[in-house]
Structures are given as structure tokens and as C-alpha cells.
Write a protein that binds this ligand. Structure first.
Ligand code: FAD
Length: 406
């Protein structure tokens, strides 16, 4: 009946294992994960969980019994270290070797480390795993000073949660604006202003050159200017890099991640790759290659791989989307701003409710919406349908989103 081996028991790997059973796969499934716990959701680690509004059970994808009940051999605390494609074998970190008919790489990504002096001090933290989040939570509380290195989504979410817990927060960002890599300037300005009203301090355009400490614990972040920003803990959130080494060593095609097709298949037909480790074609954008880092993309690729393995039709392509929660702000993003030649703001940012549409001609390429679910939902539909819109109507928030298509 075959054997599917999944390396990586995160959001993508856990979902793929469950879907294989749901789609009727009757062979063996082995789910190998480096972490000690079954697959869980990471988004709450910087949001509800960090603020104490969710517990560990709220994070798990499936209760631990699910795996045994579904005849999924879940093997925690183990890593895949080598793939032998010729004999279809994987060597695990305990030295054991397992054979596969189909292999799924779902190894995710890890935070980019800053190889700077003092980076090994206690209190210099990252946020990717539940264990990381536990360590961070222990350092954040009333009166504690938290330095956040990197003004991306994770950094800003940690800043918001830190404030909710009563910490003093300063965000240190190398670029001259927040979210420089992922959002437009209007959104960067909006988030900066909003965080400032909540008491977060910002240092933009500043380069972190090290961490200083006392008795092995961090006491400050050193800037290029020589200034030290005092803190009790620092969280480094400067992006992630895919865990694709095992694929590179096996000579699979790897670019900015493991390269896959619309079935999530790699350059080896017996090996699939899903989630943050992949660089994948974006069906709504002429199959342009991209490396999304999001739960919806991980879920979509889990479906693609499970369907292909079970001989089911390829699922319809989904418009990429993503979200971020900060304070009472719900940011929802649909699409990718590829080749956009203009952007249009619908609504007034000062009200805390608006949306930024990125257009290519009169076609919506992407939308970034703040507390505006109709703009997000209709925007996502318009991206999927590629229906042209009237710019005048789109710019007028008194005209319903249902009426903006021409
Ligand atoms: P992961 O969930 O990272 O899982 C990969 C797993 O593989 C890990 O457990 C890893 O330890 C394990 N592993 C690595 N190498 C090996 C190996 N060789 N052998 C075995 N196991 C291995 N996305 C959103 O869409 N919205 C959000 O709001 C959002 N917020 C986030 C907040 C935080 C704090 C973080 C960290 C991420 C957030 N993300 C968010 C991103 C989202 O969590 C990821 O896109 C998603 O987890 C990707 O799933 P994955 O299975 O590919 O990788």
C-alpha cells in the first residue's frame, strides 16, 4: 500500500498527514518532527498566546491521540538528516534509516540569526517555536524593557503584545520605514503612528551592531552610532530562511526555497515539498515563482500534495492571503503586488479603517485592508476573477465594494 514519509511536523506537515487519511490514503504514514510536540499553529505565538489569551491546547492542530487513531506514526524529537533518492531512503538523526515511496519535505523555515557580538547572551531571543514563545513570555511583563530588532510583522506583533503585557517596547529597524519588505508606505506610516499612540518607541534607519550584557544576560542593544539602547530582553525578528539544506544536499532543484510545481512536486517525482520551505508558482500571477511564508499557502500546498498522492484532481488555485493582528487592528492582505503600477487608498487611515489597493491598469493585484473585511473579501474575489474595476468607484468608500467591478 506504500509509505509516505513526511519530514517536518509543523503546520504543513501535520495538515498533509491528516489530509492523506481524509482523502483515503491507506498506506503507512510516518510524520517526523524535530520539535517535541505534535503540529501546532504558530500565528498565535506572537498574538493571543503571548498575551495570555490562548493556552497550549488552543494551538495544536489535532489532539495528540489523533495521530495514533489515524494510524499516523508521529515521531517527535527526530530530524531527517539525509535523503538517498536512488534507494528512496531517509536517514534520521538517531541513525535509523526509513524507506519511502513518497517523501514530503515540510521542514519550514528558521529565523535568520544575527552573527553579532553578544548574540549568545541570555535574553537575546527569537520567535519561531512554542519553546521560543515560552522563553519570550517569561521575559515580558510590567516595567520590563523589551527591544525588538526588526520592524516586520512578527516584530510589530511582539511589540503590540509586549505593550498589552505592560512592557516598555522599542523597535529598532534598519530601513527607513517599517514593513519595508512586505507592505506599502501608507501602511508603514499608519502602523508606526498607531504603535506610537500605544507607547511604542521607534528607531528607524539604525543598524544593530551587537548586544551588551552583564553576568551573561543582555542589558542593551548596541547601535552603529555607538549608542546603547538599554533593555532586559531583545527579540530578533529580521526574517526567516528556509530549512532547505537537506534538499540541496540531495540535489533537488532549490532556488529561494525548494522549487515545486502546482502539485507541490519537486524536481524528483517521488518527493513533494510544502509550506515555508518552498518556492512555488503563483497560479493567479502567470505562475510566477514566489516563496510565501503563510499558513494559507502551507494549507493550499498540503492539499495539492495530498491530492496528487491520492490521485485526486488538482484543487482549484487559491488567491494568496495573509493576516496580522496588532492591538484592535486586523490587517488582512490578499494577493501579491506584482507589477502594480498604481495604488489607491479607499477610506481614511486616520479612522483606523481603510484599504490599500494595488492596481495594474484596472485590475486589482493585491489589497491590504485594515479593519475592513468587505474590502478584503471582495478584493480577493476581484484578484481571482481579474475583473476590471472602476478606479473612481473603488476610491469612494460610500460605493459598495459589490459595485466596483465594471
Ligand atoms: P513550520 O510550521 O515552521 O514547521 C516546520 C517544522 O519542521 C518545524 O517543527 C521544524 O522544527 C521541523 N523541521 C525542520 N527541519 C526538519 C528536519 N530536517 N526533519 C524533521 N523536522 C524538521 N502566517 C500567517 O499566515 N499569518 C500569521 O499571522 C502568521 N503569524 C506568525 C507568527 C509567528 C510568531 C510565526 C513564527 C509565524 C507566523 N506565520 C503566520 C507563519 C506561519 O506560521 C508559517 O507560514 C507556517 O508555520 C508554515 O508552516 P510549515 O509547516 O511550512 O513550517
Amino acid at each position: 500500500a506504500g509509505h509516505v514519509v513526511i519530514l517536518g511536523a509543523g503546520h504543513a506537515g501535520g495538515t498533509a498527514a491528516a489530509l492523506l487519511r481524509q482523502y483515503g490514503y491507506e498506506g503507512h504514514i510516518t510524520l517526523v518532527g524535530e520539535e517535541p510536540i505534535p503540529p501546532y499553529q504558530r500565528p498565535p505565538l506572537s498574538k493571543a498566546w503571548l498575551k495570555g489569551e490562548a493556552n497550549a491546547d488552543d494551538l495544536t492542530l489535532k489532539p495528540v491521540e489523533f495521530y495514533a487513531e489515524s494510524k499516523i506514526d508521529f515521531r517527535p524529537n527526530l530530524k531527517g538528516v539525509q535523503i538517498d533518492r536512488k534507494d528512496r531512503r531517509v536517514t534520521l538523526s538517531d541513525g535509523s534509516v526509513i524507506t519511502y515511496d513518497t517523501l514530503i519535505l515540510a521542514t519550514g523555515a528558521r529565523p535568520i540569526a544575527l552573527p553579532l557580538p553578544g548574540a549568545d547572551l541570555e535574553g537575546v531571543l527569537f520567535l519561531r517555536t512554542a519553546a521560543d514563545a515560552e522563553a519570550l513570555k517569561a521575559q515580558v511583563g510590567p516595567g520590563k524593557r523589551l527591544a525588538v530588532v526588526g520592524g516586520g510583522y512578527i516584530g510589530l506583533e511582539v511589540a503590540a503584545s509586549g505593550r498589552a503585557l505592560g512592557a516598555e517596547v522599542v523597535v529598532l529597524e534598519r530601513e527607513n520605514r517599517l514593513l519595508a519588505r512586505v507592505a506599502c508606505e501608507a501602511l508603514s506610516d499608519f502602523f508606526k503612528g498607531y504603535h506610537e499612540t500605544k507607547g511604542v518607541a521607534f528607531e528607524l534607519g539604525c543598524s544593530v551592531t551587537g548586544f551588551v550584557g552583564d553576568a551573561g544576560h543582555i542589558t542593551g542593544v548596541l547601535l552603529e552610532s555607538g549608542r546603547i539602547v538599554p533593555c532586559d530582553a531583545a527579540v530578533v525578528g529580521v526574517g526567516v530562511r528556509p530549512n532547505d539544506e537537506i534538499a540541496r544536499e540531495a540535489r533537488l532543484e532549490v532556488g529561494r526555497g525548494v522549487i515545486v510545481d502546482l502539485d507541490a512536486r519537486t524536481s524528483d517525482p517521488a518527493i513533494f515539498a510544502i509550506g515555508d520551505v518552498t518556492e512555488r508558482p503563483m497560479a493567479h500571477y502567470d505562475n510566477r515563482m514566489f516563496r510565501p511564508e503563510s499558513v494559507p499557502s502551507a494549507l493550499e500546498q498540503s492539499k495539492q500534495a495530498a491530492a496528487a498522492i491520492c490521485g485526486r484532481p488538482r484543487p482549484a488555485p487559491e488567491v494568496p492571503w495573509n493576516w496580522s493582528d496588532q492591538y484592535d487592528l486586523k490587517l488582512q492582505i490578499a494577493g501579491l503586488p506584482f507589477d502594480a503600477d498604481d495604488l489607491l487608498i479607499r477610506g481614511d487611515p486616520s479612522t483606523g479603517r481603510f484599504a490599500v489597493f494595488h492596481l495594474k491598469g484596472d485590475i486589482v493585484q493585491s489589497v491590504e485592508s485594515i479593519n475592513s473585511p468587505p474590502e478584503f473579501m471582495m478584493g480577493k474575489q476581484l484578484i481571482g476573477s481579474k475583473k476590471p474595476v472602476s478606479r473612481a468607484k473603488l476610491a469612494d468608500p460610500t460605493i459598495s465594494m459589490k459595485e466596483v467591478a465594471v
